[in-house]
Ligand binder design. Sequence first.
Ligand code: SF4
Length: 509
Amino acid sequence: MTCLRLILGDQLDSGHSWFRNSDSEVVYVVMEVRQETDYVWHHAQKVIAFFASMRAFAAELEVKGHRVAYLAIDDPKNRQSVPDNLSDLARTYGATRIEFQEPDEHRLDQQLQDYRTRAPVTTVRVPSEHFYTERLEAGALFDAQPHWLLERFYRHLRIEHRVLIDAKNKPIGGRWNFDAANRKAWRGTPPEPPDARPSHNHAALWKTIRNAGVHTFGNPQAEAFRWPLNRAEALQQLAHFIEHALPSFGDFQDAMSATATRLFHSQISFALNTKMLNPREVVARAIQAYETGQAPLNTVEGYVRQVLGWREYVRGVYWAKGPRYLLSNHFAHRRRLPSWFWSGATRMRCMAASIGQSLEHAHAHHIQRLMVIGNFSLLAGIDPLHVHHWYLGIYIDAIEWVEVPNTLGLSQFADGGLLATKPYVSSAAYIDRMSDYCKGCYYDKSLRTGPRSCPFNSLYWAFLIRKKDKLSSSPRMALPYKNLSTWSKQDVDAVLQRAEDVLANLEAI
Ligand code: SF4
């Protein structure tokens, strides 16, 4: 009566009820498969991180007395497909039942649903037990509404889960949202906390990955690999964040710097998205920091909003909208990504820094992703599906359920405004206000036209001019359109011409 229990690479949750007792009739199955390394072109660190974490998780299960069947990427018995390996292992172990936790991606969800119709044994799907919300909870709340306001969902969850809520269902501190206090630029103080992430030597694993023919990009940093790869390391990283970075997280959560790549961000997103950490414990630790006077309310609320609010919200969008959401392209953008998205070799200092950091560390924080790289992609008219593939591949924490709504909805406005009340676009003014990128840039942040004018400026105004029919009725766009209404025809023509020149020379910009 052996039962196989499948653990996917993003299901490394030692707190799952599966693991409460060890049972000699249960074999846990963990597999490194080409179907997962090859569905998009991944950053090298992403592949190393998943495989190393899966190996660590399997080893921990064995230490705790569980039986484990582990298929490494170079195992001759590995069929490189989840269903094929499951069928083989069912035969090998004489299994009569296969259980799996609900996957978090449409692709895997569909594959396992299909497999259930032809599996050689009984199959059972169980909850992952990770998220606060059910897959379709946000969809049910918003139903057919054209705009899904995060704020409504977030307040609903705050009350339901008693997070920063008083006995009368009012927000602690009298406000639901402290965003207005959380938009400071960072000018070097307080100093960026030290990088406390552990260091691993994964040279041997990296060699195995390469020898298996897995195609990756980016710096593998295999001999000094800096991401938390097991629960103990993830908890240490969380504790470090709470003590050293959280107190300043809120103030500087939108700030960017060429000299400080982490600033006050947590660096736990890979651990959280692979379920080594549970969002409830992360939120509880942040609230504890507020209650003990370690961190102010604006910063704790800002962080809780990310984990309890935004993270659950984008998952709700992903499941409610289904795979067709990937085809969203509100502005019918068709341009390809310039080749420097894979090298960082552009004279735009903000893009070079943000892309360079992404290639080096498989990470950039949300404002670099949204207001630099995403901003440029939208202004340049890049096909949102291409942008999606790039984001999904490069970021260590990018799993489709979280990446797709962030990229297509928030960043590229491809859904026409389901998530965002306006496109997140800006000229150089915003980037200059929130970063130190413009100082020392080849381009001039204050110029709209001319060969040294900042490309963000001409692209931004050309975007507004060309998309006027789709955007000018939005109250949140009233200010820039009012500004534009004062321009002469020559000014409009000149900025459109400069934008054309930028787009015609995108490779060399
Ligand atoms: Fe980026 Fe323009 Fe500033 Fe250069 S001047 S860093 S291209 S915003």
